[in-house]
Design a protein around this ligand. Structure first.
Ligand code: HAM
Length: 414
């Protein structure tokens, strides 16, 4: 778990702002679920999922309730839907931290942030397309070029069941050729063997049966519409029939956004799909769902690698240098800050020279200088810290308006 300090923290806020703008333009509304839920909310993610069996931060609270820090937010959004029963289609977005007890490494942390969307209440493949497209345009807004989108379908629940049985028998026949780790995975979840990146497994996996031969006509038609929709929108993608995803609730469409600059073990920047049975599993009415989550920590690493989406500049607009008793700095700062001008000052009665040094270091464009003489004359000195330190005297009553106009003309010139 990490501290996110400035200027990185400002970048995190901006990341969420850009996401909010992207998805609220499509009618998604913010839901803020709690960090802690009854453990039952997450056990629905699947008994065969590492996220549930090995990685959850769970404990018994003082009221003897077995609770867990959320490892993801899809289940929380569905639980919230069951509790509040909003009208459908229900379109939600969220952001915030999740917790998984994983082995920490670059791009994999025990507390990590996600932004995401979920749509509950429609089976329409055009929802899948909208959801995937929103993820895609968000990555483009961050300036990322090396994003690969992989899509697949796990078919209808019966298709998936038949496929899992076929995989199990195929892998069991070749058990000795699989790595010991994959042999263990096979016991719990044959689908996840397809995820193995171990060289020893690659030949066996290459010959494994493929999900598309198990799709029903409806599942194939749904997937076809999704692929055609993405093509019509100009979203490049590849079909990856081995894309299974880590959580057990998926049915039908699944997809993953991969970053081209990251190690293959941590290159999934975001992913999602359909989970049409989850709301019913949580005690709600039979309600289909589709959505995705994007990992903030990992996506920002991809931004660093591609040299895009830098931290916003962190400079003051104005620095007040007060060589009197400090009361002028107090009042001027309050006045300018109330007008939305980012204003800083020094403390501890420092010398004029020390205060000017601090003003230059702050990155402020202007310094406002004031002392006993200026106060008596009802003026302040306004110094442009970049333009050869040009200095003018401004009536105190005009100071705010003058700064607003000087700063906005500078912004216009940028
Ligand atoms: P997920 O694939 O488990 O899906 O996580 C989504 C993204 O969260 C990953 O692609 C990755 O960027 C990030 N992430 C996951 N674990 C870590 C970690 N330990 N450290 C850093 N980043 C991490 C879900 O969570 C589903 N709820 C997505 C979804 C939404 N499906 C349907 N709707």
């Amino acid at each position: 778990m990490r501290d996110i300090t400035a200027p990185e923290s400002a970048r995190w806020r901006r990341f969420v702002d850009v996401f909010e703008r992207t998805v609220s333009a499509a009618g998604y509304e913010l839901v803020i679920p709690p960090l802690l839920e009854d453990i039952g909310v997450f056990t629905r993610l699947g008994e065969a999922t590492d996220v549930v069996t090995k990685e959850m931060y769970d404990f018994v609270d003082k009221g003897e309730r077995h609770v867990a820090l959320r490892p993801e937010q899809t289940a929380s959004i569905c639980r919230s839907f069951v509790e509040h029963r909003p009208t459908t289609p229900f379109k939600a977005w969220y952001s915030g931290p999740n917790f998984r007890y994983e082995k920490p490494q670059r791009g994999r942390y025990r507390q990590f942030d996600q932004v995401g969307i979920e749509v509950l209440g429609s089976l329409d493949p055009y929802v899948d397309i909208e959801v995937i497209h929103l993820g895609w345009i968000f990555f483009k807004k961050l300036g990322l070029q090396q994003i690969e989108l992989a899509v697949n379908s796990l078919g209808e629940p019966e298709n998936r069941t038949a496929y899992v049985a076929a995989l199990k028998s195929y892998f069991n026949d070749r058990l000795a050729d699989l790595s010991p780790e994959s042999q263990q995975t096979l016991e719990k979840n044959p689908l996840r063997v397809l995820d193995s990146k171990r060289p020893q497994d690659s030949d066996v996996i290459a010959g494994a049966p493929m999900i598309n031969s198990f799709w029903s006509a409806e599942a194939a038609a749904h997937f076809d519409t999704v692929c055609n929709g993405l093509t019509s929108l100009g979203v490049p993608f590849s079909i990856d029939l081995k894309l299974v995803r880590g959580l057990d609730y998926y049915r039908g469409t699944t997809f993953e956004f991969r970053g081209g600059t990251l190690d293959s073990a941590q290159n999934a920047l975001g992913g999602g799909g359909r989970y049409d049975g989850l709301v019913a599993d949580l005690g709600g009415p039979d309600t289909p769902g589709v959505g995705f989550a994007i990992g903030l920590d990992r996506t920002l690493l991809a931004c660093d690698d591609e040299g895009t989406f830098p931290s916003p500049p962190d400079a003051a607009d104005v620095f007040v240098v007060d060589v009197g008793d400090g009361i002028d700095a107090l009042l001027i700062c309050a006045e300018l800050r109330a007008a939305g001008i980012r204003t800083e000052r020094s403390w501890d009665n420092r010398s004029m020279k020390a205060q000017m040094k601090a003003a230059n270091r702050s990155g402020a464009r202007f310094a406002v200088l004031i002392g006993e003489d200026e106060r008596l004359a009802g003026i302040a000195l306004l110094r442009d810290l970049r333009s050869d330190a040009e200095q003018v005297s401004v009536a105190r009553t005009e100071l705010q308006a003058t700064l607003i106009s000087r700063l906005s003309s500078l912004q216009g010139a940028e």
